[in-house]
Design a protein around this ligand. Structure first.
Ligand SMILES: [Zn+2]
Length: 250
């Protein structure tokens, strides 16, 4: 297994599976990482059985990341409201917590970041590509805030393409601006709609995108941000990675 480029499954609000079934599925498929998306639920919904499964996964070396709830991050009260998620991240030693940039006020970043302690605050590009407070697009928002705060990028390739960016240029520009990327959300679409298809199904050529990312040595979680087809995406990911590793050797 490649220690740098970690393929990850993510929990889904749309797969009609319990959290226990999702973790079990990830364990059975041997993925090195797993992302817990608090999409309409909170850590206190996790049962004892599910905690035991998480423990088992952690003992087997699985790495965790967290996707924070989709909501406003504008005031100190908003941070208090999601404190159970932050506590969960710290307790389970999540590598990172992803927050959408569109509703994240720059003023709140230092509060969120210090509450997270050692857990990386990773900020994701969204649709629409505009911050509600500053009206900035994602690249500009990140450029300004990287100068002030200790932040990382979650680069959502599917969102970037729907927003009209060339995905390789999008990633390349973040790197040029010295913005560390610690997470990719990988899914495919028709270039217009945020379909979250498996990575083989759509206009995005993941062979090119991922080869570019591997070539730039970006240590990251690669979260297949869809449940249907996540195994297919993981297989395609491994195939591209193997091909790249063999080309390096040769
Ligand atoms: Zn995403």
């Amino acid at each position: 297994m490649n220690e740098k480029f970690l393929i990850s499954f993510q929990t889904s609000a749309y797969d009609y599976l319990s959290f226990a079934q999702e973790i079990t599925f990830a364990i059975e498929h041997n993925v090195p990482a797993f992302e817990i998306f608090f999409d309409g639920w909170m850590p206190n919904d996790i049962t004892e059985t599910e905690r035991d499964l998480l423990k088992q996964a952690a003992a087997n070396g699985m790495k965790f990341s967290v996707h924070s709830p989709l909501r406003d991050y504008l005031t100190e009260q908003d941070i208090k409201d999601i404190m159970p998620v932050i506590t969960f991240c710290r307790e389970w030693k999540a590598c990172l917590m992803t927050v959408h940039f569109d509703r994240l006020a720059p003023d709140i970043i230092p509060l969120l970041s210090s509450a997270l302690g050692d857990v990386k605050l990773s900020i994701e590009n969204t649709i629409p590509d505009e911050n509600v407070v500053t009206s900035e697009h994602y690249p500009e928002y990140m450029r300004k805030n990287i100068a002030k705060y200790n932040i990382y990028a979650t680069a959502d390739i599917g969102h970037a393409v729907v927003n009209g960016y060339n995905p390789i240029e999008f990633v390349g520009n973040l790197l040029n601006d010295n913005i560390p990327i610690d997470c990719f959300h990988i899914h495919n679409n028709d270039g217009q709609h945020d379909l979250h298809n498996d990575i083989t199904n759509g206009v995005i050529d993941y062979n090119k995108v991922l080869t570019f990312v591997f070539e730039h040595n970006i240590f990251a979680h690669f979260v297949t941000e869809h449940w249907g087809g996540n195994v297919k995406s993981a297989e395609y990911f491994s195939q591209i990675l193997k091909k790249w590793e063999n080309a390096k050797k040769g």
